[in-house]
Structure formats: C-alpha cells, structure tokens
Design a protein around this ligand. Structure first.
Ligand code: SF4
Length: 391
C-alpha cells in the first residue's frame, strides 16, 4: 500500500520563516536576529528564489509566515512576495496566516496583506500586564495591542489569533485572569496560550539558573486549569493543549476557527519550510535550512536550497512521531486515519504504552479513536515520548 505521506501529489502546506525582530525577547530561542536593512533585502531576494524553486511542487491549502516578525518587512518587500505568490496562480488556499508583532502593524500594511490574499493574523501579545511585558523584553505596550487589533479588523481580517504566555516569573493568578478576560473582550477567533519554557542560551534560562526566581509548578498548573475552564465557558473550544478557537460549526472535534496549518503538522501532512532555520517534511524526508541568514542567502544566490541537514526516518519511527504529535489534539487520533496514513495499527503496535496510559486515567481508547483525557493532556509531552520508536 502506498502510504499517504509518500503521496506524489503537490504539497499542500507551506511555512515561511522571517528571521528578523526589532529586539530579542528574554525567553526566545527561535532563530531570529535584530533587523538590519541590507540583510533583510538580501533575505527577501533569496526567499523569492527559494519560493520559485519549490513552487512547481506546491498547491497550498495553507500558508504560514512565522518568525521572527514577518510584519517587520516593509510594504515594498511584502509587495514583492505577494506578487510572486500571486503569479503562481495557486487555487486551493483556504488559510493564509501571517504572524505580527503589535508594534509593527499599520493599516496600510494590513490592507496590503489582506488584498494580497492573507486570511488570518496571529499576533504575539504574551501578556496585557505592563510590568510582565517589560519582564519578557517585549517591544510592544498593552495599548499597542488594542490599537493593532482594531487596525486588523479595520483592514478586514475576520480571523485573528492572539498568543499569550503563562508561568511568567512574577505573574500572579490575578494578572493571568485579567489578561485572559481582557483578551476575550476583544473577541478574537483564536487564542494560543503557552507555558513559559526555559530554553538554554536565553537570558530567562540564565536568570533561573542563577536563582533569580523559582518556577512555581503548582501555580502554573492552576493557571492552565483556569485557562481551559474560562475559555470553554466563553465559547473558545480547546482543540489542542495550547490552542482554543471559536466555532460556527465543529467537525470531528475541530472548531471552525482552528488553525488548519498547525493541524496539518499534527496530522502528519507534508509541508515545505522556507527561510533560515525552517524545517520541512516532504514525502518521508525531513530537512532543515541553515540557521544563519547569510549562509542561507549564499546558497540561494547559487540557485540551490539551503539545507543544513536531511534525514529519512524509518516507517515505524515516523509513525511513532506522528502518534505523538496527534496526541496533542483533544480529538487524539482517529484510528482508521492513523492506519491509512502510516500503515500501522496504533492499538496493537503501541498496546503496552496505551494500556499504561489508560491505567493512569490519562487516555481513553474507543473502537475508532485513541485520545488523551483532560488529565492526560497536562502530561502530553511525557505521554508522547512513550510512542517514539526506533527500528
Ligand atoms: S518577537 Fe517572537 S521571535 Fe522575535 S525575539 Fe520575541 S519571541 Fe522571539
């Protein structure tokens, strides 16, 4: 049987990494650097080349510009990118997201994106508390969030995600509740809320190591419970550990304003990843671009993709990885879809692991699905690791 991840039809998902930020945040381990005009223009040219190289094998249903800060690109640079994408005459795009920083949203730029086909904006807010925004090293103020949100609506965006963080050093339950309440008053279609992760080589990690503050696990758990309960009560349905969406109608446990692009990752689709540090997964091969903008540009200027690494995973290892990704979603895995995609029976291949999770009340196995319970979702990273296999 031809496994559907090896399907030869054009790839349906595209990720583009824009590796520039006005200033590096205290907690950030993404590949991004403070912006410099000449480097950004060189990057845009390289990206246009990379887009042209992969376009013949693409007919995307979803496009996602992440970063970094894609909204930092100028109107002229966005025009170049939008014109090239328009020239491909892709006819299947259902969702096209661009990540924005509240400090870099203007009405002209938002309109340019909307007119160019962008359908969805994801805005990195992180907190609506002034002192916590400073603590995180964010360049925007809370006032900019409200102003930019209104600007995006004025430009015609009917699908907006706001990103938040909890477990920030110094954050109390009261500030978390009031941030969530203010966020919901804006009535966005989607909320993404992540617990702070202490990544090596970030100032926040160094401060933790130096004993400047301690992580309060109990408070972080309580903040997560508050997030899930208050979001559901307000009509935001949790469809993945950290993601909540409003819904006109819910199909297969997925609310209508869910991020289709991220679901494609969790459900094992192939995608192209362009730009420095971007990862891609195409028909069984996983590749990653250089996390270095100059090296990336040099390769593209020679007319070549800028891969730093390439790996072909054995089928069972890839299936285990997919099992782990899909368990992040509340709907878990429809067993038939998993079999169709990977060729493996989840319930028999991972019987020991599944029995263990069920005995802990962390999971639930039905005739057609396997999923984590609400309690199990809290430990999803640990549960996911049980499914990772090598051949
Ligand atoms: S804006 Fe986002 S990508 Fe840029 S430094 Fe901050 S967290 Fe990292």
């Amino acid at each position: 049987m031809l496994q559907s991840w090896l399907d030869p039809k054009p790839i349906e998902h595209l990720y583009i990494h824009v590796p520039f930020c006005a200033h590096k945040c205290e907690y950030c381990a993404f590949y991004s650097e403070p912006s410099k005009g000449d480097v950004i223009q060189r990057y845009v040219q390289a990206l246009l080349t990379e887009l042209s190289l992969v376009a013949p094998d693409l007919n995307p249903k979803t496009i996602f510009f992440g970063g970094g800060t894609p909204s930092l690109l100028t109107m002229a640079q966005w025009t170049q990118i939008l014109n090239l994408i328009s020239s491909f005459k892709w006819n299947a795009i259902q969702e096209w997201t661009v990540e924005c920083n509240p400090a870099t949203v203007s009405l002209d730029k938002a309109r340019l994106m909307r007119d160019g086909g962008v359908t969805r904006i994801s805005m990195g807010v992180q907190s609506l508390d002034k002192s916590l925004l400073e603590r995180l090293g964010r360049v925007h103020s809370r006032e900019m969030v409200f102003k930019s949100f209104n600007t995006l609506r004025e430009a015609g965006f009917g699908s907006i995600n706001l990103d938040f963080m909890f477990g920030i050093p110094g954050q109390t339950m009261e500030t978390w509740k009031s941030t969530l309440a203010e966020a919901r008053q804006l009535n966005p279609e989607h909320l993404s809320c992540y617990e702070v992760i202490y990544e090596q080589d970030t100032p926040l990690f160094d401060q933790l190591q130096a004993g400047d503050f301690e992580v309060n696990e109990e408070l972080n758990c309580a903040m997560f419970e508050e997030l899930v309960d208050s979001s559901e009560a307000a009509g935001y349905h949790q469809y993945e550990i950290s993601n909540f969406a409003r819904s006109d109608n819910t199909v297969g446990g997925i609310p209508s304003f869910a991020c289709r692009h991220n679901i494609a990752y969790w459900r094992g689709s192939s995608w192209y990843g362009l730009g420095p540090s971007a990862a891609e997964y195409i028909r069984g091969a996983r590749r990653k671009n250089w996390s270095n903008t100059v090296l990336y540009c040099e390769q593209l200027e020679k007319g070549k993709r800028a891969w730093e690494s390439e790996e072909k995973l054995p089928a069972l290892a890839r299936a285990g990885e997919l099992a782990a990704f899909g368990l992040r979603m509340n709907a878990g895995w429809p067993l038939g879809e998993f079999k169709r995609l990977t060729g493996f029976e989840m319930a028999s291949e991972w019987k020991t692991e599944i029995d263990r999770l069920i005995s802990l009340k962390y999971a639930d196995l039905g005739s057609d699905h396997f999923r984590l319970t609400r309690q199990g979702l809290r430990y999803a990273d640990w549960a996911a690791e049980l499914f990772l296999k090598t051949e």
